[in-house]
Design a protein around this ligand. Structure first.
Ligand SMILES: Cc1ncc(C[n+]2csc(CCOP(=O)(O)OP(=O)(O)O)c2C)c(N)n1
Ligand SMILES: [Mg+2]
Length: 322
């Protein structure tokens, strides 16, 4: 279904929030006060925003190491996220997890995992619980193309298909695993094809186009919620920055020049903004208001994160499980 004006503005707010927060992280990262690795999702924002705009607050999501966009789009607390990056006691994982271990159960974000593919079986488990207890909630798992090299994905798809679980496998294919291009790691062809071996319906989507992401993920989520079982979506996206940190992939020399040209050709935020301006008459004023509110919210969140206390030395062993 074509998104309403209200929904379009919600998606815009979400994309712009991820963009502004990550640009600020990048800007401050060199100060070396955020003692955590960060994996920026700049260039990939439309996937988080478009998918989560179709979810209920209570629906579950599971995220990976490239986690900021998923957390923010699902409505995770911004102050607690920034405090987490500064490893503070007020962080969403009490300062013990850092950027790769964001969580906010109050909005159905049941956790990010730094283990490639690690969130996939957890998402299937949550979907299983939802089905057994007739909660009517769906479970979404975000993962990258490298997770398609992990056996756990195929075990999870097999079980989800057999039990017709309300889980949606959301693969963000940016074609890189750290510095390795996909053609040296996997057989050619759309990753979505693999789900068909389990009779799981699947689509390959332009992940730089927020409207397409919204409409297609709506179809997949409705399918899962109505009891028809799992769905697999592959989003073709471009990662603009280095694998980790605030690096520039051009300086790191591993990206193919034609691939970088392609990545720089498109901007999901600008494309969506243009679409919005064409659709809604008074959009310009609305967008300016949204931008100003976000700037203020982000400013306050960084002050909160920077000024919050570090965990007490005597509590360093707290919350650790093995
Ligand atoms: C099981 C496992 N193997 C290897 C790693 C090291 N590692 C961290 S991120 C990463 C690449 C992940 O690529 P992808 O899943 O495509 O996500 P992207 O970084 O491209 O968003 C690897 C290999 C890991 N964290 N876990
Ligand atoms: Mg990748």
């Amino acid at each position: 279904m074509t998104p309403s004006s209200e929904k379009l503005l919600e998606i815009y707010t979400s994309i712009q929030k991820i963009r502004k927060v990550e640009l600020k992280i990048e800007d401050l990262y060199h100060d070396d006060e955020m003692k955590t690795p960060v994996h920026l999702s700049l260039g990939q924002e439309a996937v988080s925003a478009g998918v989560c705009a179709n979810l209920l607050k209570e629906d579950y999501i599971f995220s990976n190491h490239r986690s900021h966009g998923h957390y923010l789009a699902k409505g995770g607390d911004l102050k607690a996220m920034i405090a987490e990056l500064y490893c503070k006691e007020t962080g969403c994982a009490k300062g013990r997890g850092g950027s790769m271990h964001l969580i906010d159960t109050s909005v159905g974000h049941l956790g990010s995992s730094s283990i490639v593919g690690g969130g996939i079986p957890n998402a299937v488990g949550a979907a299983f619980a939802s089905k057994m207890e007739k909660r009517g909630l769906v479970s979404v798992c975000f993962f990258g193309d490298a997770a398609c090299e992990q056996g756990v994905l195929y075990e999870s798809m097999g079980w989800a298909a057999l039990k017709k679980l309300p889980v949606i496998f959301m693969c963000e294919n940016n074609q890189y695993s750290v510095h390795s291009y996909i053609d040296v790691r996997q057989i050619p062809g759309d990753l979505a094809k693999r789900a068909k071996a389990f009779d799981i319906p699947a689509m390959t989507i332009d992940g730089m186009n927020a409207v397409e992401v919204y409409e297609k993920s709506q179809q997949a989520i409705e399918h899962a919620r109505s009891g028809k079982g799992p769905y697999f979506l592959e989003f073709k996206v471009q990662r603009w920055r280095a694998h980790a940190g605030a690096g520039d992939p051009i300086k790191e020399k591993y990206r193919k020049p034609q691939d970088l040209d392609e990545a720089n050709e498109r901007d999901p935020l600008e494309e969506f903004k243009q679409y919005l301006l064409d659709q809604i008459l008074s959009a310009q004023t609305e967008l300016e208001k949204i931008d100003a509110n976000l700037d203020q919210e982000i400013k306050e969140a960084f002050i909160y994160g920077q000024q919050s206390p570090l965990p007490d030395d005597k509590d360093l062993g707290k919350y650790l499980y093995s």
